[in-house]
Design a protein around this ligand. Structure first.
Ligand code: PGA
Length: 250
């Protein structure tokens, strides 16, 4: 079964509204008519009211880098799924390693956020990945299995259909050290096998697993053209329109 690749830009805490608008104005013409892959931008919440209208009617979707699991409430500094939907956001990252590392997000919180996104019809991109010490200690497979199992608690096969997973080895994020296509494909197989165990072969065959971690225009083809790799989650190289467009057109 052919899975349509998703090429996603994680802008992290970069860009002002003016810079975001300038990006979209330059980027959309570069990918106009590109239908082979899905394209999504994940800007900071304060940029969403600029980026979403600017992308309206194009082939580029827009989502959040994070949502709270509660629909509303006394959670200072957080963004809710209802707020995201109200401004037209259709996707959200969940459990990015920077959220896990700096904001103490656990598998349990990731799971709660996943339930919230699915309940509200927002496409979740659930991020998993091992840190360097875990890889060096030969624990990659068990870390990935634990993260996937933890994220999917209580998720049924029917509900799971829209879920996208991003494999992002933490040692490859922002370091310029990309996983080799073999390392990435191996991790993707482990993740897919775990999804099969939890939710059945059908869901596992359909679920898209993106690779993230120092994806650049010059390594994108080798990674994304692999059968096991269904797109990319791109940080640094997604900040410039020509660089991200080159990755989209790998
Ligand atoms: P990077 O970030 O491409 O800058 O390594 C990827 C990510 O954190 O999603």
């Amino acid at each position: 079964m052919a899975r349509k690749a998703l090429i996603a830009a994680n802008w992290k805490m970069y860009k002002t509204p003016a810079e975001a608008k300038a990006f979209v104005d330059a980027f959309l013409p570069l990918v106009a008519g590109h239908a082979r892959d899905e394209i999504a931008l994940f800007p900071s919440p304060v940029l969403l009211p600029t980026v979403i209208p600017a992308c309206k009617g194009s082939n580029v979707a827009v989502g959040a880098q994070n949502i709270h699991f509660a629909e509303e409430g006394a959670y200072t500094g957080e963004t809710s799924i209802l707020q995201l939907k109200a401004v037209g956001g259709t996707h959200t990252l969940i459990g990015h390693s920077e959220r896990r590392q700096y904001f103490a997000e656990t598998d349990e919180i990731v799971n709660k956020k996943l339930h919230t996104a699915l309940k509200h019809g927002v496409v979740p991109v659930v991020c998993v990945g091992e840190v360097l010490e875990e890889r060096e200690a030969g624990k990659t497979a068990s870390v990935l299995k634990t993260q996937v199992t933890g994220a999917f608690v209580g998720i049924t096969p029917v509900a799971a259909k829209p879920i996208v997973i991003a494999y992002e080895p933490v040692w490859a994020i922002g370091t310029g050290k990309t996983a080799t296509p073999e390392i990435a494909a191996d991790a993707h197989s482990i993740i897919r096998a775990e999804v099969a165990k939890l939710l059945g072969a059908d869901v596992a065959l359909g679920v898209r697993i993106l690779y993230g971690g120092s994806v650049k225009p010059d390594n994108a083809t080798a990674l994304i053209s692999l059968e096991e790799i269904d797109g990319a989650l791109v940080g640094g190289a997604s900040l410039k329109p020509d660089s991200f467009a080159a990755i989209v057109k790998y």
